[in-house]
Design a protein around this ligand. Structure first.
Ligand SMILES: Nc1ncnc2c1ncn2[C@@H]1O[C@H](COP(=O)(O)OP(=O)(O)OP(=O)(O)O)[C@@H](O)[C@H]1O
Ligand SMILES: Nc1ccn([C@@H]2O[C@H](COP(=O)(O)O)[C@@H](O)[C@H]2O)c(=O)n1
Length: 231
């Protein structure tokens, strides 16, 4: 619940990065809602452009084919942490972007420099227009998208903890398969040439393996409030 202090506090830009399943989305949404900030899920934007590529028959194994059409889809992201919306050419794609097909192809699409340039520009413009501040979560927010963010957090967790969380979410999907899929996506995201998944030098690292979601949220809220107090 947003407090009166949050309503009058100075604007703050928070970058939350980390590998898959470390709790970025759950934490970012809750922190933004509690502190009256906007929220941007940058993974959803890469998923949206991937969904468009797949829906339009683009060969996602061919970077030049992806690059040629990267500017075509109109992607609009909502920034309400209680109802984060995403549309492509006016169609609500919040469901379709979470399919297994999109998840398995998103790393190939997000590695293409033309895609990253387009989406990064969009992300910077959304962050700039957030009057009360914003929590932006992704893989390269602290390093590339918003290098001057007021606070940078890098969430981590063991592969076992992350796989257990995800297989719980996917109604008991096989732990081993889930773990391998997470690690495969992390490896692709960390090894691409343009703006890979990485911790910024000035980011605070929080290992969430043995923390409840509520503990992680409290930890990040405290860090944001400390940062705001110095502004
Ligand atoms: N500290 C935690 N303890 C237990 N479960 C957690 C914790 N943090 C997040 N979860 C759960 O783990 C799952 C993955 O969390 P979330 O989607 O927030 O991760 P993410 O880092 O955004 O993942 P991705 O990058 O793949 O989108 C969710 O079901 C969430 O409720
Ligand atoms: N800043 C970012 C955010 C995401 N990606 C790519 O999108 C994929 C999906 O992200 P989720 O958080 O929704 O799982 C991710 O695997 C990356 O390929 C990115 O490149 N940069």
């Amino acid at each position: 619940m947003e407090t009166t202090a949050a309503r009058t506090a100075p604007a703050v830009i928070v970058a939350i990065d980390g590998p898959s399943g470390t709790g970025k989305s759950s934490t970012s949404k809750a922190v933004a809602a509690q502190l009256g900030l906007s929220y941007l899920d940058t993974g959803a934007q890469y998923r949206a452009i991937t969904w468009w590529m797949v829906s339009n028959g683009i060969d996602v194994t061919d970077p030049s084919e992806i690059a040629a059409v990267a500017g075509k889809p109109d992607i609009v992201s909502g920034t309400n942490p209680s109802a984060p919306a995403i549309t492509v050419d006016g169609t609500d794609v919040s469901g379709p972007i979470r399919t297994q097909e999109v998840t398995s192809k998103v790393s190939a699409v997000s590695a293409v420099p033309e895609v990253r340039a387009r989406i990064t520009e969009l992300q910077r413009s959304i962050a700039k227009s957030a009057e009360r501040g914003i929590v932006v979560e992704g893989r390269d927010i602290g390093t590339t998208v918003l290098p001057d963010a007021d606070l940078k957090i890098f969430l981590t967790a063991s592969p076992e903890a992350r796989a257990a969380r995800r297989s719980g979410e996917l109604k008991g999907a096989d732990l081993h398969t889930t773990r391998e899929a997470l690690l495969k996506r992390d490896a692709a995201d960390s090894s691409r040439k343009t703006s890979p998944l990485a911790k910024a030098d000035d980011a605070v690292e929080v290992d969430t393996s043995d923390l409840t979601l509520q503990q992680v949220i409290e930890c990040v809220v405290t860090l944001v409030e400390e940062k705001r107090a110095t502004k």
